[in-house]
Design a protein around this ligand. Structure first.
Ligand code: ADP
Ligand code: F6P
Length: 326
């Protein structure tokens, strides 16, 4: 039997925080697998759904009219039980029970760790980078990031309008659990006066205060500070800054609106290619791999290697962001 023939049934799940473009990835997995004559199963609500056997058969029409939609048609969840050895063993048993020969996991680093454990228990797994945070070290692109930064950018432009009219300072908190990529990109794209990134922040509020006062003296009517969620505390920061500068200061936390909405063309496009790539890998007999985009190419890495990689903020981009805000 050829390697491709050994894989008869491919399943797909989405896990962790949802991200726009996940549906394009699911669609690509489903249709690529069907085109290769495989059966396809969808697992609802991530690893929770696996442990609770929320498993459905999927046909090509099940993913019709989904590529343009936000969220994930399979649902997603965070599942603490899957972090335990018992949970992982149960997950592997359920995969075997349902005849799942290969599993595509769409999510972030945490979801990859789950796929790594399943692979160790003999289930063929492939990870796809699905997170708005762009915080997966092995890849320059994660599904959802492009939509999230465009959503955040438009929202920040709107806050800037009212902030300028009232001559206020605005602290706008964007998502990013411990990563400042959304803040960095919007910082540049929205022309923010200050950008606070968890990877770089020195907790020196006096610098922010001095900057606001000096910009006021120059005649600037607004002062936009983009603060990453990983630093947080935007509301209390706003209170302290207002007290120290005398400039009315408001905090706006953009929150989950950044995770929703119709995916951009780039998110749909790359998610589609990556979904197809994941199925190709499984059919070539590969397991414990993650798909990545690097130096203009789609590539794949062993999950151990991918999880061991570290990602840092690009120094040049950060320096340019600071220079342009002055
Ligand atoms: P993301 O995948 O976006 O990083 P999480 O870190 O919340 O999101 O992880 C998603 C899910 O992956 C968790 O709820 C859990 O079920 C599973 N997971 C996370 N870390 C591990 C781990 N070390 N071992 C096994 N499963 C894990
Ligand atoms: O991982 C994506 C993300 O949106 C992070 O930016 C954020 O910290 C987290 O998920 C929020 O998770 P939840 O939806 O569980 O509050």
């Amino acid at each position: 039997m050829s390697t491709a023939d050994r894989i008869q049934t491919i399943a797909v799940l989405t896990s962790g925080g949802d991200a726009p473009g996940m549906n394009a990835a699911i669609r690509a997995v489903v249709r690529t697998a069907l085109s290769k004559g495989k059966k396809v199963k969808g697992i609802k609500q991530g690893y929770w759904g696996l442990l609770n056997e929320k498993i459905i058969d999927m046909q090509g029409t099940d993913v019709s009219n989904t590529i343009q939609t936000g969220g994930t048609i399979l649902g997603t969840a965070r599942c603490p039980e899957f972090r335990t050895v018992e949970g992982q063993q149960l997950g592997a048993e359920i995969c075997r029970k349902h005849g799942i020969d290969g599993l595509v996991v769409i999510g972030g680093d945490g979801s990859y760790a789950g796929a790594q454990k399943l692979a160790g228990l003999g289930i063929n797994t492939i990870g796809l980078p699905g997170t708005i945070d762009l915080d997966i070290a092995c890849t320059e692109y994660t599904i959802g990031f492009d939509t999230a930064i465009n959503t955040a950018m438009e929202a920040i432009d709107k806050v800037r309008d009212t902030s300028t009219s009232h001559e206020r300072c605005s602290i706008i908190e964007v998502m990013g659990r411990s990563a400042g990529y959304i803040a960095l990109w919007c910082g540049i794209a929205n022309g923010a006066e200050d950008i606070l990134l968890p990877e770089k922040y020195d907790y020196d509020e006096q610098k922010l205060i001095n900057n606001i006062i000096s910009n006021r003296k120059k005649g600037k009517k607004h002062h936009i500070i983009i603060n990453a969620e990983g630093i947080g505390h935007s509301t209390s920061m706003a209170r302290r800054i207002e007290a120290a500068t005398g400039v009315e200061t408001r905090a706006t936390i953009l929150g989950h609106m950044q995770r929703g909405g119709s995916p951009t063309c780039r998110d749909r496009f790359v998610a589609s290619i990556m979904g197809a790539y994941a199925v190709d890998l499984l059919c070539e007999g590969k397991t414990k791999r993650v798909v990545a985009y690097r130096d203009g190419e789609y590539v794949d890495y062993d999950i151990d290697e991918a999880l061991a990689m570290k990602k840092t903020i690009n120094e040049y981009e950060y320096e340019v962001a600071k220079m342009l805000s002055r």
